[in-house]
Design a protein around this ligand. Structure first.
Ligand SMILES: [Fe+2]
Ligand SMILES: [Fe+2]
Length: 182
């Protein structure tokens, strides 16, 4: 399905709302680890798997293309944008570290609680700050560009890729995550 640029921006904002809901769940798990409770590590693992297959693999690359087109078409609107691709790769890196730790715990390895709390908190903070910055700053620049010329972003190559949790609801892959969202 092809789309126009405004639909694309609506999707990116919708993704942010969904990611925020998932990060809230992750915060709850961090609190449980911190309180020495027995958190649901399978849920933790599903969350990190979701982050890898959708935000890292679909949402961020889509944004990178939009930002690239902004840079090209409106250099006057691109002050301070140089760190964006780094943000995306840093977030993916922090996420994969965390996912490895969670998988190690599930496999029975000893991972220090303090370390998990620290790494999970670093991940959540980094991603939340990034989303906030995009909503408050970067997306507004894109809106400005689109207000001036809606055709400025070439969306002909975009395919809508469905979010496996919020759109497809694949029970088998994300059973716990879906149950936690209901
Ligand atoms: Fe982003
Ligand atoms: Fe984003």
């Amino acid at each position: 399905m092809n789309m126009d640029a405004r639909t694309l921006m609506t999707e990116l904002r919708e993704d942010h709302r969904n990611m925020t809901v998932v990060l809230d769940l992750l915060d709850g798990l961090i609190e449980e680890i911190d309180a020495d409770k027995d958190p649901d590590f399978e849920l933790f693992d599903e969350i990190m798997r979701y982050m890898t297959v959708y935000p890292d693999a679909v949402h961020h690359p889509k944004e990178d293309i939009v930002y690239g087109q902004l840079r090209e078409a409106r250099p006057d609107l691109t002050d301070d944008l140089d760190h964006v691709p780094d943000d995306h790769s840093d977030i993916a890196h922090l996420g994969s570290l965390l996912r490895d730790e969670v998988e190690a715990v599930i496999a029975g390895a000893a991972v220090r609680r303090e370390r998990m709390i620290e790494d999970a908190a670093a991940y959540v903070n980094r991603l939340r700050n990034h989303i906030q910055w995009e909503e408050k700053d970067l997306f507004r620049r894109i809106d400005k560009m689109l207000e001036a010329d809606a055709m400025q972003i070439d969306v002909s190559a975009y395919e809508h890729i469905k979010d496996p949790v919020f759109e497809l609801e694949i029970e088998a892959g994300f059973r716990r995550l879906l149950a936690s969202l209901r």
